[in-house]
Design a protein around this ligand. Structure first.
Ligand code: SF4
Length: 161
């Protein structure tokens, strides 16, 4: 992608290429198998038959960051974990995306005041694309977050800015 990105002026051909690339990208967001606290139970439920994340092309949870393009930070991020989380994010293929799922990942949640060991927002460690609030958010909320991420991917362009 880096080969053709930022070379062409916006135009009909570029717009069509953008549409095809973005369509294929947003319909095949592969999340990493990665859950760090109670919110992960809701993330797992999202992949089960009742909620069926496969409808969005995101059912293929990958066991390695190299094959994943979405990190769903589902749970409490401790300072001890933050370094590992960052390393996993760096190993992911680009373009890569992050969803902060739940109050803990967004702001420290119930640990915000007294949790000396908890990072007060995973956006201090990795860039976050979509925030899904709740303690824990229900699977429907995570699906909504994935749809908002799809909207964001739709706006990508290879054209010169
Ligand atoms: S937001 Fe609530 S449910 Fe999610 S990890 Fe934190 S305490 Fe657990």
């Amino acid at each position: 992608m880096a080969l053709i990105e930022g070379i062409f002026e916006p135009g009909l051909v570029v717009t069509t290429v953008d549409w095809v690339l973005n369509w294929s990208r947003k319909r095949s967001i592969f999340p990493m198998t990665f859950g760090i606290a109670c919110c992960a139970i809701e993330m797992i439920a999202t992949g089960a038959a009742r909620f069926d994340i496969d409808r969005f092309g995101s059912g293929a949870f990958r066991a390695t960051p190299r094959q994943a393009d979405l990190m769903i930070v589902a749970g409490t991020v401790t300072f001890k974990m933050a370094e590992r989380l960052r390393r996993l994010w760096e190993q992911m293929a680009e373009p890569r995306y992050v969803i902060a799922m739940g109050a803990c990942a967004i702001s420290g949640g119930p640990y915000h005041v007294h949790g000396y060991h908890v990072v007060k927002g995973v956006d201090q460690v990795v860039p976050v694309d979509v925030y899904v609030p709740g303690c824990p958010p229900r699977p429907e909320a995570l699906l909504e977050g994935i749809m908002r991420l799809q909207d964001k991917i739709s706006t990508h362009t290879i054209a010169k800015r």
